[in-house]
Design a protein around this ligand. Structure first.
Ligand SMILES: Cc1cc2nc3c(=O)[nH]c(=O)nc-3n(C[C@H](O)[C@H](O)[C@H](O)COP(=O)(O)OP(=O)(O)OC[C@H]3O[C@@H](n4cnc5c(N)ncnc54)[C@H](O)[C@@H]3O)c2cc1C
Length: 469
């Protein structure tokens, strides 16, 4: 096989190019932005101004594709939490604060690399650019794939953004990695294939994010994630590379527009962040303007269910399935899909729907878990599948137990970091622990009647008065 073309140099496009370089003599990555030679924001990745956490599973997967890249990120300035010590991680979901006083039994599986999206993408792009048979054609717009007859894609049409000149580039394989804008459905419709059916997630959050500088020592944590539920805003604060921090606050779009200034962001943070972190936040200095993102709804295009699909065309990354970004899974899913592509090509396969079916096995459980969380444990929706209801119930009870039980906490982090599948929250042994944890909590609750608003204070009182479990 001679030439493969990847459309889009986002994370999915980069990882795909790396995989294709093993199977094709030449790989070209076409990107409409001018690709910067330093880790800076670019127009084609507006989400790069928002919190990007790279889940542990994704970090392990990129290490498989680019050995040594994790050390490279740390050497270049990324923060890392790799010792299983939860004292620098504050997580609150619903009414429950995750255990912070103990350590993970298997810290190697749950390593958090904390760095901005432009930083991570830059380092991955540099590794891809060093692959002998990969080249980048930037500042070119992809118009659409080209075809002979209707059943086989044979290349792609590009337009040089500087000159307006159009070029046809021949290819033995074209992979659409152009992100959420998703051009392939319209292309398929034009060819007479029809559009893929779509699953859409119900949640729609509006985000505001800002890059900050925070005086050293003002905040003890490196990672703060707060999702109180019950119509309240959510917020996250993460220590990025080179002493920068990202603050992201969000609320359901139904509750109003996202704040456009620092005061508005602080006002939302004050409704959900613990007071110790808020006082550090008040001493922060902004490094960039506030960025807004308005549409977090996920979309999964079911190419795997289309009766016919043209040969030599694949779709990957957000163009195939954009997950609700509040769960921070997109880059990890892109890595899983790239490795599924590696398996597909190793098996010598040439039937796109086999690839889409293989990828659907990765997306399906994560999509179901997100659906359950998006709808929330209290939502009454008779159309919810039994599977979604089970996932919702188990997740809620596990969260409750995870306040005190490090085994449950660790399992929770492993599932939400995509290290383990969501079904691991339904292991009989874990459920037994969860039930015991919940009974203990109920006994405790009936004597103290806590509410989530008082939990910060309460947690300190509890810590002082209670022996650890
Ligand atoms: C607000 C927000 C926050 C997120 N937070 C996280 C997080 O914390 N963790 C995480 O893992 N994921 C997160 N994600 C998801 C993550 O950004 C993506 O899932 C991941 O980058 C994979 O995307 P992609 O490469 O498929 O698309 P993108 O990253 O969107 O890349 C698409 C590329 O295609 C190019 N392109 C588009 N159209 C054309 C064209 N016509 N011609 C040429 N080039 C084109 C674009 O310029 C861009 O470079 C977040 C997403 C959003 C929206």
């Amino acid at each position: 096989m001679t030439h493969a073309v990847v459309l889009g140099a986002g994370m999915a496009g980069l990882l795909t190019a790396r995989v294709l370089s093993e199977f094709y003599e030449h790989v070209t990555v076409v990107e409409r932005d001018r690709l910067p030679d330093s880790p800076i924001q670019r127009k084609g990745i507006p989400q790069g101004r928002h919190l990007h956490s790279f889940l542990s599973r994704g970090c392990h997967l990129i290490e498989e594709l680019f050995p040594g890249i994790r050390d490279e990120l740390v050497d270049a300035g990324a923060n890392v939490v790799d010792d299983g010590d939860l004292s620098c991680v504050y997580t609150r979901i619903g009414a429950y604060e995750m255990n912070r006083s103990e350590k993970f039994a298997d810290p190697a599986a749950l390593v958090f690399y904390l760095a901005s999206r432009p930083f991570v993408e830059f380092h991955v792009r540099r590794r891809v650019a060093a692959v002998r048979n990969v080249k980048f054609v930037d500042h070119h717009d992809v118009t659409e794939p080209t075809v002979v007859a209707r059943d086989r894609v044979t290349g792609v049409l590009l337009v040089n953004r500087a000159t307006g000149e159009a070029t046809a580039m021949d290819a033995d394989l074209v992979v659409d990695a152009m992100g959420r804008a998703a051009r392939t459905p319209a292309f398929l419709e034009k060819l007479g294939y029809g559009r893929p059916s779509e699953h859409r997630s119900p949640a729609n959050w509006a985000y505001s994010s800002q890059l900050l500088s925070i005086p050293a020592g003002a905040i003890a944590e490196k990672m703060v994630m707060v999702e109180p539920g019950k119509g309240l805003p959510r917020a996250a604060l993460v220590a990025y590379e080179h002493d920068t921090w990202i603050l992201t606050v969000g609320q359901s779009a139904a509750h109003g527009e996202p704040p456009t200034d620092r005061a508005g962001m602080l006002a939302l943070a004050e409704r959900c962040m613990p007071s110790s972190i808020l006082s550090g936040l008040r001493s922060a200095q902004p490094l960039e303007d506030v960025a807004i993102f308005n549409n977090t709804a996920g979309v999964w295009r079911r190419y795997d269910r289309m009766p016919r699909f043209p040969a030599r065309l694949l779709v990957i990354g957000d163009a195939l399935c954009s997950l609700n970004p509040i769960y921070g899974q997109g880059m990890t899913m892109a890595a899983l899909e790239a490795l599924a592509l590696q398996d597909y090509l190793r098996d010598g396969q040439d039937e796109p729907q086999r690839f889409f079916r293989a990828v659907a096995k990765h997306i399906g459980p994560t999509w179901a878990m997100n659906q359950a969380n998006d709808r929330g444990p209290s939502s009454v929706d008779r159309r919810r599948s039994a599977r979604t209801r089970v996932v919702t119930w188990t997740m809620n009870k596990a969260l409750k137990a995870a306040e005190h039980d490090i085994v449950v906490t660790e399992r929770f982090f492993r599932v939400t970091s995509l290290v383990d599948p969501p079904t691991r929250l339904q292991d009989p042994a874990l459920i037994a622990r969860v039930i015991v944890g919940n009974l203990r909590r109920r006994r405790f609750s009936s004597s103290t009647a806590p509410s989530w608003r008082t939990t910060g204070r309460l947690a300190r009182r509890r810590a002082a008065s209670e022996a650890p479990h």
